[in-house]
Ligand binder design. Sequence first.
Ligand code: KIV
Ligand code: NA
Length: 258
Amino acid sequence: MAVTTQQLIDWKQQGHQITMLTAYEYAIAKIIDQAGIDIILVGDSLAMVGLGYETTLPLTLEEMLHHAKAVRRAVVRSLLVVDLPFLTYQESPQQAIHSAGRVLKETGASAVKLEGGYDEMANTVSALVKVGIPVMGHVGLTPQSVHQLGGYRQQGKTTVAAERILSEAIALQQAGAFAIVLEHIPKDLAAEITQQLTIPTIGIGAGPYCDGQVLVTSDILGLTPWQPPFAKKYANLHDTITNAVTQFCTEVQQGKFP
Ligand code: KIV
Ligand code: NA
């Protein structure tokens, strides 16, 4: 049965851990969906991992739509969530409705994710929810703000910063978000947020006390040259691919294949 946003809230109440991974294209999305992941995120990490940009900032809505459509064709069971790229929602609630509306209309995804939880962003989330667009929040380390944050550093380390992140999470829940990603914050803060909210928290580098966990798929597969400290490598596809390619080259050069 296909996963719904309501199902996630039930799972939180039942203490059933939610799983989420990223996908940017058809082949990987199909494997991940069939393997039983609960949520597939077409993350804007696409910019760095899939398209070779330095940060997530240059990614356009058109690029995101192109990849999200490919993933949609592969997904049967997972809930499909698509990140809104930088500057496709921050200007105004109207801009967010237009961008998120295009994502739902043109890709067939079920929900969007956006970063931040300050007052204006909570207003934007509530505008989206009012027109029937489910929204996943994202607080803590928000990579679209990398220049302001001064790097991909852990957030919420001081009491003031921690309280701000907690209040952002509460504001997002009140605005109608169905779940929130907590990225790179202390585990005790993540535990506190998880306990205070009725909607599920999905952690990345936020410790074990969240309602679910998300990682970037190319990190768990060992495809990326550099992984964040909180990622875990479950495979080494870099070496697997290198071996396959060198074997192919050697066999062709030595006349062993075909
Ligand atoms: O873009 C992304 O991959 C994300 C996840 C790390 C949550 O936002
Ligand atoms: Na993202």
